[in-house]
Design a protein around this ligand. Structure first.
Ligand code: GLV
Ligand code: MG
Length: 352
């Protein structure tokens, strides 16, 4: 048992003070790139200003014989990186892999002052986060990193989902969670071979009507990921950290991608991964509130005055609870506008 008073004490002598709150920084898209690929590295200066988060991926999708090159490539990118609105993240290899220790050791030593968040895949329980937490504290102290490195866990095993609340609450470093639908499907023995998205076989159908053909019965496709995403959103809300949809693998289906991202946005997620440049604009559009929604929220907040009581606006009842809903939308609009004058203009908000 640890005293709650110790929760915010650094885990190594000389490590920085853990943060009391996870700062909200726009992260509508976490754009993945393979740092072992020289062509992709060369595109970083052009792509970085167009995304909220650029992530150097060292894990799956990087072949075993490219792991060292990917790590070295990310270090090269990190050394040239200037901290600004765009965040630099990495996804390291999993804790049981032969590469994790070298990944974290090298990244902390070489670019520990440039990285914002370390994404850890296949997190199964709070013990995984405790291990990473202590290791990062030791490395921060050893290297002299002044800003605590934050940790983002991918939820992609059945045990991880079962432990989701304790994972989120395991350390003040926890920044957020992403859904990892491909690994999660495999681990759960789900029978989809897609990366995220729906499945035409997962549906409910209206009842049979005697004397009519089964073809007349309407079927509605359901969302395979709803349960997991909803649990993630509640676990993150409990811990004061941020939930994200993960990857949508069918790059050729921008409409399906937009629908999945929007479901996640409406449920409470703040962003999603982009695996291809074409998904950047989709995530930006979906995870920014629509100007009409922002205008409506502003109207409700203005007409509700001190936020108590009830008023009718256009036939819709407003009260203390709806004003809170509207404040959520307005706060997001303000947070996003602070770094995006175009969005600020669309919302009619002043930028600082
Ligand atoms: C992502 O890592 C996934 O497994 O879907
Ligand atoms: Mg995965």
């Amino acid at each position: 048992m640890r005293s709650p008073r110790d929760f915010f004490a650094p885990l190594a002598l000389g490590a920085p003070q853990p943060l009391h709150e996870i700062p909200f920084r726009p992260s509508r898209m976490i754009h993945f790139f393979d740092p072992s690929n020289e062509r992709m590295r060369a595109k970083v200066p052009d792509i970085a200003p167009t995304v909220d988060v650029l992530l150097g991926n060292l894990e799956d999708a990087v072949s075993a014989d490219s792991k060292d090159a990917a790590r070295a490539g990310l270090i090269e990118v990190g050394k040239a990186w200037e901290r600004g609105h765009t965040q630099l993240w990495t996804r390291v290899n999993s804790l049981d892999s032969p590469w994790f220790l070298d990944d974290v050791w090298a990244l902390c030593h070489e670019i520990g002052d440039k990285l914002d968040v370390i994404m850890v895949p296949k997190v199964e329980g709070p013990e995984d986060i405790h291990y990473v937490d202590r290791l990062l504290a030791q490395l921060e102290a050893r290297v002299g990193i002044e800003q605590p490195l934050l940790v983002h866990a991918i939820l992609e095993t059945a045990r991880g989902v079962a432990n989701v609340e304790s994972i989120c609450l395991a350390s003040p470093r926890m920044q957020g969670l992403s859904l990892g639908p491909a690994d999660l499907a495999a681990d759960r023995r789900m029978k989809t071979t897609r990366v995220g998205g729906g499945h035409p076989g997962y549906l409910v159908r209206t009842d049979p009507v005697p004397g009519t053909d089964d073809d007349a019965r309407t079927a509605f496709q359901q969302d395979l990921w709803h349960y997991t995403l909803a649990r993630m959103v509640d676990a993150c809300g409990t811990a004061g950290i941020l939930p994200y949809y993960g990857p949508f693998g069918d790059i050729a289906d921008p409409v399906g991608c937009e629908d999945q991202f929007r479901n996640a946005y409406l449920l409470g997620c703040v962003g999603a991964w982009s695996l291809h440049p074409s998904q950047i604009a989709i995530a930006k559009r979906v995870f920014s509130p629509e100007p009409a929604e922002v205008a409506w929220a502003q109207r409700v907040v203005t007409e509700m005055g001190d936020g108590t009581g009830a008023v009718m606006i256009d036939g819709k009842m407003q009260d203390d609870a709806t004003v809170k809903q509207c404040r959520v939308v307005l706060q997001l609009a303000r947070d996003l506008s602070a770094a995006d004058p175009e969005l600020a203009a669309a919302y009619g908000l002043e930028t600082a």
